[in-house]
Design a protein around this ligand. Sequence first.
Ligand SMILES: [Zn+2]
Ligand SMILES: [Zn+2]
Length: 533
Amino acid sequence: MDDILIKNGTVIDGTGAPERTADVAIRNGRISAVEENYSGSAERVIDVHGRIVAPGFIDIHTHSDFTLPLNPKAECKIRQGVTTEVVGNCGFSVAPALPDKVEMLRDYLSGSAPWLPFEETDFTRYMDVWPDISVNTVMQVGHNTLRIMAMGMEDRDPTEGELQHMQAMLAEALGAGALGLSSGLFTAPGCYSKPEEMHALGRVVQAHGGRYSSHVRDESHCVHEAVAEAIDVGETCGIHVQVAHLKLSGTGKWGEADKLLGQFTEARQRGVDVHCDQYPYDWATNPLRFLLPTWLQEGGMDAMLARLADPQVRSRVRQKIAEVGFNNFGHIESWADIRIAISPNGAAEPGLTIEEIAERRNVDALDAIFDIIIDDRGATRILVRSMSENDVRRIAAEPSMTVGSDGPCVAPYGVTGQGKPHPRLYGTFPRLLGRYTRDQGILTLPQAIAKMTGNAAIALGLTERGTLQAGYAADVVIFDAETIMDEATFDEPHTYPTGVETVIVNGIVVIHDGAHSEALSGKLLRQRDGLLS
Ligand SMILES: [Zn+2]
Ligand SMILES: [Zn+2]
């Protein structure tokens, strides 16, 4: 007897194959059958006539390591149908944290993880004490974090000893089961590193069967060179590369999506193992201070705040931004294209644009930005419209592209319900399925689902998940293809999507009829010998 039988569904299995009518049976946390007119019986039968039955979605790029310990029910993700979250992205991870660097790491991550308690830990212990949560977790160790531990916020090459220290901490994380190394070369201190440093770390990743993901050095003026740099790490070190949240930022780069996508086609033709991911929005989000020139951050938070109070520094920054636009984002169209997402210490009101704040304070827009950073000790986070909708749609239409919300898991209630975060935290997957696939027809439904499931599993080396087949872990989502849609907006971001009806994680029903069962059935997945399970 099976535990659960999902009857009369339209199965889309995650491989890209066409939909078919079939029943899905689950027993002991695994799929026991995917068959038409299955004859077995089960303790619980869910009749889903007309609904899509698909593998649970894999959010391949998230920052939920900052919030899942605070919201173990994984609300905004599980309600989109996400059953696995990959954390530790963009060079940022909460571990390792050495005793004398805990404060520096807390300060460094204040614009992303303002509510998380930080404590001394190595990666092994960090994984061992990871709490029970409603989704599966995959961990990466961040290069920015490693560099802060080894050499602080210094703008220079590591000494031989510092490089060995980074390599040793990386090896420890990989040995504990981390998927791999992530880099965030767009901001300090990762931006202070040269390619040789990344190759030296990439060789450690290779030796442990790990993978490399990168928020590349520049997503604007030098985006093509930066993507080539990431691909080169994979090619030189013989490791898989995941290029994060692929985009063309800054008005000067709009319209180059085909050229960008062509870089990946060429790399694959040369035999490089490379994937990328995307969130389907033309707005990005980041700590406000990361938009400024990276030299400001050298030496850490106090050094940065002191520099920003200096009128001469302000005029130097002003001149640089007039020339090249913002760090990583390039030129934007208007000051209304930067909005406050959250300002944990109350320096600015969430939802207001920089244009509105400058007007109200009767100051110049850049002075408003400098003042907010100082008043909030660098913790203010913003939204920025830096992409063109045409490029977003072109990249989303690429069947090989995987899907990552690039967001932490939050909830409309509790400590993570503050501010006005990016709507992608609540909407990424339903938006791609509803708005782009059903309404605009940029992909077929089996293609869209494969991006979120089977293709993501391949990109991660994830075994026994990502497709619906007997013997695989029972991560399943049931949704209505006619109604699925993101509902989160910039003004009301803490809004769950519609159309997702049932979500099952490791054979346990977590979401059904809009209710969370309180089940914390997710598993921490560990990488061993290149495979993740
Ligand atoms: Zn990033
Ligand atoms: Zn990210």
